[in-house]
Write a new protein. Sequence first.
Length: 211
Amino acid sequence: MTVENDGRRAAAVFDALGSGYEKAFAHSEAHRRSLEWLLGRLTPGSRVLDVGSGTGRPTAETLVTAGHDVRGVDVSPVMVDLAGRQVPGAAFECADVRELPLEESSFDAVCVYFSLLQMDRAQQTGLIGRLARALVPGGSLVLATVPLDIEGVDAVFMGQPVRVTSFGGEDLVEVVRGAGLTVLAEENTLFTPDHPEAVPEPHLFLYCGRE
């Protein structure tokens, strides 16, 4: 699967989900806690990159409300349109982050909420490395994923066919450390999306710093 085809597949899934994705995940307390942690580390007017920005809520909205400069990137044009209307204070663009130029030390923080799962392991590892280098020294990165040791597994997510790849929790921590980041805290939780076909799924949140 090429990056282009990969991106098209992911875009199709999230174009179809639209605002339903926001509704399904809006009650995630772990997501809110991770944003509170991030806000506690940022100075006013910080530059934040939101990878896989979705509908803009809650991540970009929370950060913009706190006075930060947010750039959101998502492969789904439907999501980018929703985000632009819901969070006009942020700048959103429709792009595949794997192909996006990222200058070194250009962001104070990076958010990556469940946006790696349709990439293969080499792409995930490479992107985490690029995102780490895009942080200023002392910058922060929050990464959330479903910590399962699976590769190229066909599944159904909220009624949409997806091909999922992930790392187990310990392996992901090693990937993050290999990118030059320090894992300052982590939270494992079970979460059930608000969707008729949903089942409880493990979520891992890593709170990281570029020291």
